[in-house]
Design a protein around this ligand. Structure first.
Ligand SMILES: [Cu+2]
Length: 201
């Protein structure tokens, strides 16, 4: 019996340990500005980007809004890199033609490239670790007119807001964590009760 109880306790503890990872939702939001460009540029433009890793982890979608750009956006991407560096394009946005543009990039479309992760798991890892940023390019600022660092899992959960505002995990993530927690606990209880019958030698 003691062993079964310990199994149950370990299961419970594991689910508690896993909960924060799930709570740090798969949605990342950042504010876009010229200040975040490397080097910073002075522009009137600003924007917001939300990047979401799908539940099955097989795609990444985005939602971009912006205003006061010097011209129509020429391109938008998620680049790989820290806040103080310029890096290669990780995920291209197929449409940024108007504020409010949304789109999805499928894992099967990822081909890698120089300086990029070998596979899709590597791409998600860069996004989750905060080593990725959203960049909107214009003709006048081909290197990027507005930019924002994706906060990553840890920053989203713990870091105080900076000028690149990190946004708390979504409510959906919290609900998912709660559901997962309950499911794991029920599984633990089921496993326990199955063995709770007195054993004979
Ligand atoms: Cu770009």
């Amino acid at each position: 019996m003691r062993r079964r109880w310990s199994t149950f306790l370990v299961t419970g503890a594991l689910s508690l340990a896993l909960a924060p990872a799930v709570l740090a939702a798969e949605t990342f939001t950042t504010e876009l500005s010229g200040d975040n460009a490397v080097p910073p540029i002075e522009v009137d433009a600003s924007g917001e980007a939300t990047v979401t890793i799908s539940d099955d982890e097989q795609s990444v979608s985005w939602d971009i809004s912006y205003r006061d750009l010097t011209g129509a956006p020429a391109a938008g991407h998620i680049h790989m890199g820290g806040a103080d560096e310029n890096g290669p394009v990780l995920i291209p946005f197929d449409s940024v033609t108007e504020s409010g543009s949304t789109g999805t990039f499928a894992a099967s479309d990822y081909a890698g490239g120089e300086g990029l992760p070998d596979d899709w798991d590597g791409v998600l890892e860069e996004i989750r670790s905060g080593n990725a940023y959203v960049n909107i390019h214009t003709e006048e600022h081909p290197g990027g007119e507005i930019r924002g660092q994706l906060p990553g899992d840890d920053d989203a959960a713990t870091a105080p807001p900076t000028d690149t505002e990190s946004v708390a995990p979504t409510r959906a993530g919290g609900t998912a964590a709660a559901v997962l927690l309950v499911a794991v606990m029920l599984a633990g209880i089921a496993a326990l009760s199955r063995f709770a019958v007195p054993r004979r030698r």
